[in-house]
Design a binder for this molecule. Structure first.
Ligand SMILES: [Fe+2]
Length: 509
C-alpha cells in the first residue's frame, strides 16, 4: 500500500465535509439499464451512487462501504430483495431500504414494508417519483442521525459531569471506555497512557463489546506506529484495508479504526483507540469530533486523578514517616502502629464503615500515639511509671492533637488521636467522654490499641496469650470498651486468625 493512499485516508479535519456529507446510495438490480438510469439521475441530484447486480453482490459492497440508502429490485438471481432486506436489518443500523417491484408483486412489496423496508417503488417508475422518495428518505435519515447525535452529546455531557466528580484513575478510565462502547457501538475501545517512569505509552485498559468475537479479543495494535501517526497527523481515521497497518494482529472483518491523542497541560499523556469489525461500520467525522472532545475531557480528568494519586502517596508516606519517628524512640513499640492499624481496619470492616471512613481510621491508627513525641520522659522504662510520669503520659493524646492541628490535611485524624484513651464508662482521659460521645474512630482505636498492648512484651511484663487478651476485652466490654466495637473486634480477629492459619501466614504478635 502506498504512502499516498494512506495519507488520503488520514484526512485533515478542515477538509472533511460534516453536515454536508454526500449521501451514498446503493442501487441493486439485475437489469443493467435500470441500474444505469437510476445511477445517472441520482448522481445528477447530488448523491453518490454505487451499483450491484444482485443481493449477494450488494452484501459484499455493504461490507466495505457505508451507505445511507439501498434501492433494491425484488426479484434477482442468487439473492433477491427480501433476503437482502433481512440481511440489512440484521447487520446495518440506520440504513434505509427501498424495494422496487413490478405491478404483479405489490403484495410482496407490502410484505417487505412489514419487514422494515422504508418504502417501495412500482415498476415501471417515473424518475421524479424515485427522486422524491429518495429525498424524503434522506430527510428521515438526517433526523434519525440528528437524534443519535443529540443522544451522543447528552451522554458526553453526563460523562463529563461524572468525570469531574471522581479522582480515581481507574474510575475515570472505566467510565470513558464504557461510555464509548455504549455510544459508538464499536467492538473495541482502549486507552494507552504514558508511564511517568519510562515515558512509554503502555496499554492501560481496554473494553470490548460483550458479544465481541474471538478475533476482536485476539487483535493486537501497533502502539508505536499509531503514536507516530498521531504525532504527524493529529489523529488516525482509517477504514477497511487501510486500517490493517495499525495492527500487529489484524482482526477478521476489520472495518474501521480510529485513534486520538489525549492531551493535558499541552502534553500528550496518552491516546485512545477504537475499532469495529462490523461490516460496513465506519467511524464518522461527527463521531471523531465527539471523541476528540471526550479525549480532552478525559485527559484532564486522568491528569487530575494522577496528580491526586501522587498527592495521596506523599500523604501516606508522610504519615508513615511520622509513625516511624515515634517508634524509633524505643524498641518496645516497634511495629505497634502497624499492628494497631491492622486491628483497627479489621474492626472497621466488621462495622461496614465507608471507604472514606476506613481511610481516616487507617491514618488515625498509624498516628494514634504521635503525641508521645511531646512527652519528655522515658515512657517505656523498666518497671511501672511513677505518678508524675503517668500524669505526663496521660498528656500524649492532647499533645498528639496539638502536633497535628497545624497540618490541615491531617485534621480528620485528630478525633481518633485525641480520644483513643477515652473509656465507654467515661473514666478515660483526657476529656472523660462517655458512650457514643466518643467518636467511633476513637472507640475502634481503643480496643485495637489495648489488644496489641496486651499481646506485646513490655519493659515491665511479658505478652499475654491471645486467648487471655480476648478474655480481658470481653470482661471490659461495656465499661472500658464500646460493647458493639468490642464484639466486632472479637469476631473480626477470630476470622482474621483463621484466615492466617488457612493461608499459613504467621499471626502477628
Ligand atoms: Fe496511646
Amino acid at each position: 500500500m502506498s504512502q499516498t493512499s494512506i495519507k488520503l485516508n488520514l484526512v485533515n479535519i478542515d477538509a472533511v465535509p460534516t453536515s454536508t456529507d454526500v449521501s451514498k446510495i446503493l442501487v441493486v438490480d439485475d437489469e443493467k439499464v435500470i441500474r444505469e438510469i437510476l445511477a445517472d439521475f441520482l448522481t445528477l441530484e447530488g448523491f453518490e451512487v454505487v451499483t450491484a447486480a444482485d443481493g449477494a453482490a450488494a452484501v459484499e459492497v455493504l461490507k466495505k462501504n457505508h451507505f445511507n440508502m439501498v434501492i433494491s429490485d425484488l426479484k434477482m438471481p442468487r439473492m433477491g430483495g427480501l433476503e437482502l432486506l433481512e440481511h440489512i436489518q440484521d447487520h446495518h443500523d440506520n440504513l434505509l431500504t427501498v424495494i422496487m417491484t413490478g405491478f404483479g408483486t405489490v403484495e410482496t412489496a407490502i410484505e417487505a414494508m412489514k419487514k422494515g423496508a422504508y418504502d417501495y417503488i412500482l415498476k415501471p417508475f417515473k424518475v421524479e417519483e424515485v427522486v422524491h422518495i429518495v429525498h424524503r428518505g434522506m430527510e428521515k435519515q438526517r433526523l434519525i442521525s440528528e437524534n443519535i447525535r443529540l443522544k451522543e452529546i447528552l451522554s458526553l455531557h453526563q460523562l463529563s459531569e461524572q468525570l469531574q466528580s471522581t479522582l480515581s484513575l481507574d474510575e475515570v478510565i472505566e467510565s470513558v471506555l464504557a461510555a464509548l462502547i455504549k455510544n459508538l457501538k464499536c467492538d473495541y475501545v482502549g486507552i494507552n497512557l504514558r508511564a511517568k517512569s519510562s515515558g512509554r505509552f503502555t496499554q492501560q485498559s481496554q473494553q470490548t463489546d460483550p458479544d465481541a468475537s474471538a478475533d476482536v479479543m485476539a487483535a493486537a495494535l501497533d502502539a508505536d506506529l499509531i503514536l507516530d501517526e498521531i504525532r504527524h497527523n493529529k489523529y488516525v481515521l482509517a477504514q477497511n484495508e487501510e486500517a490493517y497497518r495499525f495492527f500487529k494482529v489484524v482482526p477478521a472483518d476489520l472495518s474501521s479504526f480510529i485513534a486520538l491523542p489525549m492531551v493535558a497541560r499541552q502534553e500528550a499523556i496518552g491516546f485512545l483507540t477504537a475499532f469495529s469489525c462490523t461490516p460496513g461500520f465506519h467511524f464518522t467525522v461527527g463521531q471523531r469530533k465527539m471523541m476528540d472532545i471526550l479525549c480532552s475531557r478525559s485527559a484532564a480528568a486522568i491528569d487530575n486523578a494522577e496528580l491526586y494519586g501522587g498527592l495521596k502517596q506523599s500523604f501516606r508516606q508522610t504519615i508513615q514517616a511520622l509513625a516511624r519517628a515515634l517508634e524509633a524512640m524505643d524498641t518496645y513499640t516497634a511495629g505497634h502502629s502497624d499492628r494497631v492499624t491492622l486491628y483497627s481496619r479489621i474492626v472497621a470492616r466488621q462495622l461496614h464503615v465507608s471507604e472514606d471512613e476506613l481511610e481516616i481510621i487507617t491514618q488515625a491508627a498509624m498516628l494514634h500515639d504521635i503525641g508521645k513525641l511531646g512527652c519528655h520522659t522515658n515512657l517505656n522504662k523498666p518497671g511501672k511509671l511513677t505518678d508524675e510520669e503517668y500524669e505526663i503520659f496521660k498528656q500524649h493524646p492532647t499533645y498528639g492533637k496539638e502536633i497535628l492541628e497545624p497540618i490541615e490535611f491531617l485534621n480528620n485524624v485528630i478525633p481518633g488521636v485525641e480520644y483513643h484513651h477515652e473509656r465507654w464508662d467515661g473514666k478515660g482521659y483526657p476529656a472523660g467522654l462517655k458512650g457514643t460521645d466518643i467518636p467511633l474512630v476513637a472507640r475502634i482505636l481503643s480496643v485495637a490499641d489495648a489488644y496489641d498492648a496486651m499481646t506485646s512484651d513490655r519493659a515491665y511484663r511479658k505478652a499475654l496469650l491471645h486467648e487471655n487478651a480476648v478474655d480481658e476485652i470481653k470482661k471490659f466490654a461495656g465499661s472500658q470498651f464500646d460493647p458493639t466495637t468490642a464484639e466486632a473486634f472479637l469476631e473480626g480477629i477470630e476470622e482474621y486468625r483463621q484466615d492466617c492459619l488457612r493461608r499459613n501466614i504467621p499471626v502477628p504478635k
